[in-house]
Design a binder for this molecule. Structure first.
Ligand SMILES: [Fe+2]
Length: 222
């Protein structure tokens, strides 16, 4: 065997090892990327998209001219909008709406709920993400509400997000809530992976005691 051939074989073996390692790394990254950037499942807009909006800033816990903070537990929601290749999607518009702490929407069609409207609760926000797709808003832990028959909707927040190339309407739920397992919309999703994409755990706690949840939204580029 010539020296030249031995050298080639060594290079070849090194290249093989490098290739195998690279393959492993790509596979691991691909798997985690897939899980992190699976397109967020769509959910129904529902009947309570706001008809009248007085205020739409990022802090839904108070309104101009109100008598104080909205009743209920204050929460913060943060997140990022990405596309299905894990790239940040900046300058999106997010619309957010939800029931108050007692499960009542400030909507004329919300007639089945016996609880009053909270005049201090904004209930709706329209915010822009930054150039890297990040957003943040303050709200109140929404209550459950009756949705007909024996169906009780668990606490959730409605989202409508628009980017330059795509839009998505969905709902965010609170991980671990006892009513999640009985909700028709949440359990109508095809896989556990899709279900988990809409469940947010609020275990991060700020210095002032406010629980924080991170809800990332993933859009297709269509
Ligand atoms: Fe709802």
């Amino acid at each position: 065997m010539t020296g030249e051939l031995i050298k080639l074989r060594r290079i070849s073996r090194r290249a093989l090892v490098r290739g195998a390692l690279a393959g492993t790394a790509t596979l691991a990254l691909g798997n985690s990327s897939h899980a992190a950037c699976m397109v967020t499942p769509r959910q129904a807009e529902g009947p309570f998209y706001p008809e009248h909006v007085l205020e739409s800033d990022w802090d839904m816990t108070k309104v101009l001219g109100g008598t104080g903070r909205a009743s209920g537990e204050v929460i913060e929601v943060i997140g990022q909008v990405r596309d299905d290749r894990c790239r940040a999607v900046g300058d999106c518009i997010l619309e957010i709406w939800q029931a108050n702490a007692e499960g009542r929407y400030a909507h004329p069609q919300d007639l089945s709920n016996k609880y009053p409207i909270d005049k201090n609760f904004q209930g709706y926000a329209r915010i822009a993400t930054d150039k890297d797709g990040h957003y943040r808003f303050m709200s109140i832990m929404p209550g459950s509400y009756p949705a007909g028959g024996d169906w009780i909707r668990p606490p959730h927040i409605h989202f409508k997000v628009r980017s330059a190339f795509s839009s998505l309407t969905t709902q965010m739920y609170f991980a671990g809530h006892e009513q999640n397992d009985h909700d028709y919309l949440l359990n109508n999703l095809e896989s556990m992976e899709e279900k988990h994409a809409l469940l947010v755990d609020f275990q991060q706690i700020r210095a002032d005691g406010v629980r924080v949840g991170k809800f990332d939204l993933v859009l297709t580029r269509d």
